[in-house]
Design a protein around this ligand. Sequence first.
Ligand SMILES: *[C@@H]1O[C@H](CO)[C@@H](O)[C@H](O)[C@H]1NC(C)=O
Ligand SMILES: *[C@@H]1O[C@H](CO)[C@@H](O)[C@H](O)[C@H]1NC(C)=O
Ligand SMILES: *[C@@H]1O[C@H](CO)[C@@H](O)[C@H](O)[C@H]1NC(C)=O
Length: 167
Amino acid sequence: MHHLVILVLFGALLCAPHQCLECPSGCQCFAGTRTVKCVSKDLRAIPQDIPGYTRNVIITGNNIFRIGSETFQELKNVTTIILSNNRITEVASHSFSTLSYLRSLDMSCNHLALIHPEALNIPGSPLKELNLSRTLYNYTSLTDLTTALPNILSEFESNLRSSLEVV
Ligand SMILES: *[C@@H]1O[C@H](CO)[C@@H](O)[C@H](O)[C@H]1NC(C)=O
Ligand SMILES: *[C@@H]1O[C@H](CO)[C@@H](O)[C@H](O)[C@H]1NC(C)=O
Ligand SMILES: *[C@@H]1O[C@H](CO)[C@@H](O)[C@H](O)[C@H]1NC(C)=O
């Protein structure tokens, strides 16, 4: 009887690795849907401790000014990233290049002023949806984008749904 009680207690302590990992502060992590949400928390940067199991990253309404090449490096299983309304001004070279399964990227409603020509390059070109609605800050970012886009457009597949809207 005592053995049984002890086993049950240990059973509750030992959970599957992805359930035990911590969630970044200010975020909600949903292991079942492999989703991490950080909404309107005044974050200044993308949290670095997002669980490795994550497939959907939803970080909106924060104060993140830059996306760097190291920002999403470890999240290799990610398929969807939503970064709308974060005041992002700069997207660095190869910001998403380790994300071989990234199908959908939403960077709408930011203030992009500097987009590196290779910012959106991902080997194998997995991107199918790219939302840049209301996000280009000025003429510089528009010319940056015309440099960055052909790098991925040339490899885009037929079901591309790209929404570009310059405001
Ligand atoms: C990524 O997905 C693969 C295949 O589903 C899985 O085996 C692997 O454990 C996942 N990586 C992480 C860090 O969860
Ligand atoms: C693109 O982003 C805008 C603004 O966030 C949103 O209203 C629109 O529905 C998005 N478009 C797609 C195709 O997801
Ligand atoms: C666009 O904004 C960026 C950042 O403020 C600035 O460096 C650049 O000179 C601006 N470009 C134009 C054409 O105003």
